[in-house]
Design a protein. Sequence first.
Length: 151
Amino acid sequence: MDVEFTQEELDAIALDRETVLAGIRASDPKVEQGVIAQSLANYSDGLVSDTEYGNYASSEISEMLDRAWKAKLKAYAVHNLPAFLFQAAVQLECIGQNDRAIRTYQLFLDAQRGFRPDKIDQLCLSQMGEKFLDPQRMIKLARERIELLTH
């Protein structure tokens, strides 16, 4: 796994890792990767939430949202769960990076093709929310977003 993390991302991973792994004795490296990826996703979601409820200058908000989608892509790089790509595309769309969002939605569709979640994937998906447990719904949403952004 060759992904470089910022210090903030490392801190978020360490905090979640201790909490999650305290109750799990796992030797499967995919468990560790799932924890790291979910920690990055949580960190990303926290950045987005902070921009919505915090009192930040627009330049700070742009920088935080830029860090957020990059963390989501790192989550996917660590643990190839297509839902991370979908979430990154949504974040890109929210900051007006529509061309990147379209490409990332397409990456999601490509990654989702043939994807069969295992137990660790299911755990991550359930933490993301109910809609992520329905792959057909997510595919439909991604196609709708691509269609909307290209017209």
